[in-house]
Ligand binder design. Structure first.
Ligand SMILES: NC(=O)c1ccc[n+]([C@@H]2O[C@H](COP(=O)([O-])OP(=O)(O)OC[C@H]3O[C@@H](n4cnc5c(N)ncnc54)[C@H](O)[C@@H]3O)[C@@H](O)[C@H]2O)c1
Length: 433
């Protein structure tokens, strides 16, 4: 039997950013709960996993194994640099057709972005003015904490999850003096250290202090620092990140295992894409792209390991490019070229052309990450939730202890299934289904 607290009452989902991903997610949830759309791509809504073995095995939906919050119980809130409500933002994003937005127009119009904790230095291409007027980073934290507690009280909400679906910030590398302990982090916020404290860190700190799980959907290093790991443990709340695993990296982490299990060699993997939405615009700025590049590049090396197979993976040239190209808007086109080699070193090539829709791929991940981190909190799990790596491009892991991220999609799926089994009171196992 599951020993997880029941999912009673309302679940508040506070989304940082009211852009393409965020509005596609919110609109889809509102439409799905009216029976007007199907939440395709969401494992919590569709997947069935085996529990038990041999004659006792059964294949069950997640909600039949563990108590998940229902779509009907979700209440949304958001913050954005631009003041447009979620209906206007969804129309602007131009991802969904009017027929898929209009039936929930009233509900979307009520989701009005709160003022953002924002610093233009972290996303130069944005110029909205729906921004908090804060003197210091510490003031940002205080105002965000108030936003969270007001939302909770005013809407009679029981539990809240905060998820970042806002623009990618410029790269903030780990700094031992600032990011290694909670005390140092707090001091830097009070000292208004604008270089080392990204606005996203203020959202994460505020969420955790208010007793909410925090999920980082962009590649920002926000919660991927020891100070935040310690804070999450102190307040006993889950954290997860970074970067939703949607298009090319999903393909990469699913395809690289084919080479590995067949012991084929890889000499180069070139990934490029064209993208024309606001995300693409922000990523057109080199400092913002660098954050994404670091995240995207990390996938291969933990699947195709240089040290374990020097003949096959000793010298991989891995390159990732993103090109801002407005005519395509959210309909991203990705090209992957793999230079592989086989028997006696003979070269071959594989080309993958993915004509995807960025926000359509991301939306179900937001739903799953929110529902599963709320579940984890009710199960008493806290700190980095490695079982959520399945949904993330650059999964968090304790690099200070030499721990490696698990990037192989199928290993991540085993971790996910076992966490669900365990939270449902079943035995974890690695049997093949
Ligand atoms: N769609 C995907 O496949 C995918 C995959 C992985 C990661 N992501 C990431 O998800 C994020 C959202 O993508 P999108 O396509 O919705 O972008 P978007 O530009 O449409 O939306 C982002 C919104 O965040 C707002 N914003 C920026 N800084 C903010 C702040 N400090 N506080 C509040 N709001 C802020 C912007 O004004 C904008 O409206 C990006 O960081 C993107 O890199 C997307």
């Amino acid at each position: 039997m599951s020993n997880v607290k029941p999912a009673e009452g309302k679940l508040g989902i506070m989304v940082v950013g009211c852009g393409a991903v965020s509005t596609t997610f919110m609109t889809g949830v509102l439409m799905a709960r009216k029976g007007l759309a199907k939440p395709i791509g969401s494992v919590t809504q569709y997947d069935k996993i085996r529990v038990g073995k041999g004659d006792n095995k059964k294949y069950l939906h997640y909600h039949d194994i563990v108590p998940l919050a229902k779509l009907e119980d979700i209440v949304f809130a958001t913050w954005d640099v631009y003041p447009q409500n979620a209906y206007q933002a969804a129309v602007y994003a131009d991802v969904l057709k009017a027929k898929d937005i209009e039936p929930v127009r009233d509900e979307l119009e009520q989701i009005v972005p709160m003022k953002a904790a924002f610093d233009k230095n972290f996303a130069k291409r944005l110029d909205g003015d729906n921004v908090k007027n804060c003197k210091t980073r510490w003031d940002m934290v205080k105002e965000l904490r108030k936003d969270i507690s007001d939302f909770k009280q005013q809407n009679g909400i029981d539990r809240i999850v905060v998820i970042w679906a806002a623009s990618t910030e410029i790269y903030v590398p780990y700094n031992d003096k600032i990011h290694s302990t909670i005390e140092a982090l707090e001091q830097a916020m009070k000292n208004d250290d604008r270089e080392h404290i990204a606005p996203s860190m203020c959202y994460a700190y505020a969420a955790l202090k208010e007793g909410c799980p925090f999920i980082m959907g962009a590649p920002n290093t926000t919660v991927d620092i020891p100070a935040m790991w310690q804070l999450a443990e102190q307040v006993r709340m889950p954290i997860a990140g970074k970067d939703f695993k949607t298009g090319q990296t999903l393909v990469k982490s699913g395809f690289a295992p084919i080479l590995k299990v067949r012991n084929l060699g890889l000499s180069g993997w070139f990934s490029t894409n064209i993208l024309g939405n606001r995300d693409g615009l922000v990523l057109d700025e080199p400092a913002n792209f660098h954050t994404k590049e670091v995240s995207k590049l990390s996938t291969l090396e933990t699947i195709l390991k240089k040290d374990e197979q020097p003949d096959l993976y000793g010298d991989i040239y891995h390159k990732v490019r993103i090109n801002y190209y407005p005519p395509r808007n959210d309909a991203k086109e990705g090209w992957d070229n793999l230079d592989i080699f086989g028997w006696m070193g003979y070269p071959m090539q594989i080309k993958i052309n993915f004509l995807c829709r960025d926000s359509i791929l991301a939306a179900p991940l937001l739903l799953d990450l929110c529902l599963l981190s709320d579940l984890a909190a009710r199960a008493g799990r806290y700190g980095t939730q490695r079982f959520l790596s399945f949904f993330l491009k650059s999964p968090m892991h304790d690099y200070t202890k030499g721990e490696e991220a698990v990037n192989n999609l199928f290993d991540q799926y085993v971790m996910l299934k076992n966490a669900i089994r365990e939270m449902g009171g079943h035995e974890a196992d690695e049997e093949i289904d």
